[in-house]
Design a protein around this ligand. Sequence first.
Ligand code: ATP
Length: 297
Amino acid sequence: MGDLICISGVTKHYGDDFALRDVNLSVPRGCVTGFVGANGAGKTTTIKAILGLVSIESGSIELFGEPFGMNADGERSRRAKERIGVVFDTCPYVGELSVKMAGRIMAASYSSWDAGRFADYLRRFSLDPKKKVKDLSRGMGMKLQLACALAHDPELLILDEATAGLDPLARDEILDMLRDYMKDERRGILMSSHITTDLEKIADTVACIDNGRIVFDMEKDLITDMAGIGRCRAADYERVLASGRYAPGELRVMRNAYGVDLLVADRFAFAQQFPEIACDKASIEDYMQLVLKGDIR
Ligand SMILES: Nc1ncnc2c1ncn2[C@@H]1O[C@H](COP(=O)(O)OP(=O)(O)OP(=O)(O)O)[C@@H](O)[C@H]1O
């Protein structure tokens, strides 16, 4: 069905301090792409580049199969923006506005704005239309952004830390709403988050950025169903290395007080060959930690 987002070879420098380097990332229709990485790794910069909010030095950005970005044709950009809903980690509306007025201002930007749909989301989220933006809790502010992002029925949602600072119940409520949104398979979501357990619940693929480079981009199930963490004592570890089962560079290794943790791509194959070594399912957090901080063996 084609990609909603496809960026390739994107490079962007912020002086000498930071750069996105050759970033490739895609969000196919029907897919929720989780975007992870440490603080300052480049998630927001990538998202801003996708949205044409920062210029890039090289590479290409396509939204809905057409070129997009700061230099794209104005009319084409405007049409693409109509098809996108965006939520950032801080509520962007002026504090003195009421919830209802914030919606009215957003309505002016979208020809497909549906006031009834906006009112439905306010009800669903228990948001009082008369309440001022400055008096909303963080969770309420995020829900208002989501209501605004969804009221024009976008095909693509871009969420930058949209569940940060929310309690588990509020996060689950938002994840439920995103699942509803994804019932239409023409849609897709790019969702950056430090809360990797949220991504375990909803993402189809997970891309990880580190110091401006994509270090992995893969189906989530390959992490959470297939990959494993072998919990080795020193002697176990030596036996795994000596077995010749793993090619040089294939394993990620992290030493701890109890022995050595090994990241393996296929925990079933590992368990078959080394049944005496405990091998746990990997979480996205385990996987990131071993890929980003582990030694390569
Ligand atoms: N306008 C800017 N000018 C200069 N440097 C910037 C600018 N915006 C961001 N940076 C730097 O770029 C790097 C990447 O920042 P970015 O916000 O993309 O990271 P992030 O992965 O979203 O981090 P976090 O998880 O903390 O939100 C950081 O070192 C940041 O300080």
